[in-house]
Design a protein around this ligand. Structure first.
Ligand code: ATP
Ligand code: MG
Length: 593
């Protein structure tokens, strides 16, 4: 391929709208252009990378026994009403009407549509198991589309769905998909971690996310410094031992244990006392005002459960409530922070002054385990501008139930061994879920088993963000000059750069090399522009081709050209006659690895 025939409008300037590296480099390297917020054009180089990611995914899904289908982008509302998600999914679901005023949505995920297909077409257990996947455009009207391809509104996803007669078979498929995902991200050359995950709006009971490790990642994950346990902080089960300050192993054994639950268990004689805290609502505000540490506080948050009753969820002032843990602990479908009016009605006080003492007795109090036995604690008094000090859990709110409700943090105890959590950031590139019968029961997708009994299908669902994977690869592999593609994802394996296109000797050598490489099946771009060598080198580094062949007069006098890897700074001279074989061997080796 010749560069002058391609649309590759690279940019020298860093685009102002881009915050993260992958977004900047995708724009500068002429891979994408923004059309509207979270909606992009893919230029030829971007499409080449995208197709590479897709091909790896396709090959591994097929190898694992899944079959490709293509479901509609525009989906009828009726199916979403059947599952109950038409109401539940919220504003991320782009709803549209056709000319007859009928409701449709632009598919953000396809559990309903695929379950509908299977319930119509599959009758017998003999047709199971079945694993169907597609690679398709999705639309989610994200509140904050940002970071380029990392969080778009229109993006490309591989979504897969499997159907089984029983749970054991579905779990087996889950493990197969888990292994296939590992192969996919290995082949993409990414450093990643599968972590235990919350199940979000998709639902289900078992889930892992595949997190590409990168400081720019939007997700926080904890991993044990001793064993292989790792989880999203929203989900990470926290062991019973008291946390240590600092992050993980570094702090272990240094005796810097945080006061466990403000000295849990120590009998306190401190009486309850109301103190005036005018206009001080948040833990930080009250802590500063009363000059007390935040770990003495009990934070009280009211949630509405499944659109009905309220519950009061309690966490220590220095901890963060995990809504997904709360939802799991309550066995709820949905939970939502209670609106101001509900808070006022239940607590009798304005927002900011709720506390566990003196709430209506029928209100369910659910507390994080770190609050077990807390004494001499501070919380809202359920009265305007007032807090209570001297709270003793056992004495003052003995009826609370306890669960693991807080977001995991560095230094928390591993639930599996005596290790400690370390905190890392990640980009979620994929997620697998065991769904059970959540959608099949709602849509009545059943088959007849061997005994002629009707059975509701067991389901799993498996997604990969194809475009997000592209961005994640860049977040992890770049330098000051540009992208550093791994060979399997690169838009071209090698770029041939004649330093002077008007020099006939250089030009013909470059053309011959290009043709030889192409004949060997190598993806090669010939930079045939009448540009200064510096411009060509800058573009080659910015776009990030793994290999560069430079055809210059001096080396050519010795019958050689320069071969340079994007990852390395030094180049080596290779005799012209050997170049094609040498490059072909390098490419084959890296594609195999
Ligand atoms: P997130 O928590 O990042 O919003 P999600 O958990 O809602 O993602 P899933 O429903 O699990 O996403 O979708 C499967 C995959 O699709 C995700 O693992 C992610 O890689 C990708 N994905 C989801 N939302 C987006 C988006 N807005 N832009 C690009 N990729 C996305
Ligand atoms: Mg997810």
């Amino acid at each position: 391929m010749r560069q002058t025939r391609m649309l590759i409008p690279t940019l020298r300037e860093v685009p102002a709208e881009a915050e993260v590296v992958s977004h900047k480099l995708l724009l500068r390297a002429a891979m994408i252009r923004q059309v509207a917020r979270g909606i992009y054009d893919f230029l030829p180089l971007g499409v080449r990378v995208l197709r590479k990611v897709e091909r790896i995914i396709r090959e591994e899904m097929e190898r694992a026994g899944a079959q490709e289908v293509l479901l509609p982008v525009v989906c009828p509302a009726e199916l979403w009403q059947e599952s109950g998600r038409w109401e539940r999914y919220g504003k991320e679901l782009l709803r549209i009407k056709d000319r007859n005023d009928r409701d449709f949505c632009f598919g953000p995920t396809h559990e309903e549509v695929v379950t509908d297909l299977v319930r119509r077409e599959v009758r017998s257990y003999r047709e199971l198991p079945l694993n169907l996947f597609q690679i398709q455009v999705k639309f989610r009207d994200e509140v904050r589309p940002r970071f380029g391809l990392m969080r778009g509104r229109e993006f490309i996803m591989k979504d897969g769905y499997s159907f089984h007669l029983d749970r054991a078979d579905c779990e087996r498929e889950y493990d197969r998909m888990f292994a296939a995902y590992c192969r996919i991200f290995d082949r993409c050359g990414l450093r990643y971690r599968p972590v235990e995950a919350a199940t979000g709006t998709i639902g289900g009971s078992r889930s892992h996310e595949f997190q590409v490790l990168a400081d720019s990642g939007e997700d926080a994950i904890v991993s044990c410094d001793r064993c292989d346990y790792a989880a999203n902080v929203e989900k990470g089960a926290i062991g019973d031992r008291a946390p240590v300050a600092g992050s993980g192993s570094a702090a272990r054994g240094t005796g810097t244990a945080v006061r466990a639950a403000a000295t849990a268990g120590a009998a306190s004689a401190s009486p309850l006392q109301a103190v005036a805290t005018p206009e001080k609502r948040t833990v930080d505000e009250v802590a500063a005002f009363l000059r007390l540490p935040t770990d003495r506080f009990v934070k009280t948050l009211l949630y509405v459960v499944d659109g009905g009753d309220a519950v009061a969820a309690l966490v220590r002032g220095d901890h963060t409530l995990s809504e997904s843990k709360l939802k799991d602990a309550l066995g709820a479908q949905t939970i939502e922070l209670a609106p101001e009016t509900t808070v006022e009605r239940v607590t009798g006080a304005p927002v900011g002054f709720a506390g566990p003492v003196g709430l209506p007795t029928r209100l369910h109090l659910i507390a994080d385990r770190a609050l077990t036995g807390i004494t001499d604690a501070v919380s809202g008094a359920n009265k305007a501008d007032t807090h209570l000090t001297g709270i003793d859990q056992a004495r003052d709110f003995p009826d609370a139930t306890f669960a693991d409700l807080r977001v995991a943090a560095a230094g928390d105890a591993c639930p599996r061994c005596d290790g400690r959590f370390v905190l890392q950031r990640g980009i979620e590139v994929g997620q697998v879920f065991y769904l059970g019968t959540k959608y099949s029961a709602a849509l009545k997708a059943t088959v007849l088993d061997a005994g002629g009994q009707e059975r509701v299908l067991e389901m799993g669902t498996y997604g990969i963000g194809v475009t997000r994977t592209m961005a994640a690869a860049i977040e992890q592999n770049h330098d000051a000059a540009g992208i550093i593609w791994s060979l399997p994802l690169a838009p071209f394996h090698v770029v041939v750069v004649p330093v002077n296109w008007s020099d006939e000797r250089l030009r013909t050598t470059a053309e011959r090399l290009h043709d030889e490489l192409e004949a060997r099946g190598i993806e090669v771009l010939l930079d045939d522009r009448e540009e200064r060598p510096g411009v060509k080198f800058k573009d080659a580094d910015l776009i990030g081709y793994p290999l560069r062949l430079t055809v210059g007069a001096r080396a050519l006098d010795r019958g050689a050209v320069e071969l340079k890897r994007r990852r390395e700074s030094a180049a080596t001279e290779v005799p012209v006659a050997e170049v094609a074989a040498r490059v072909a061997a390098l490419v084959a080796e890296e594609l195999r690895a």
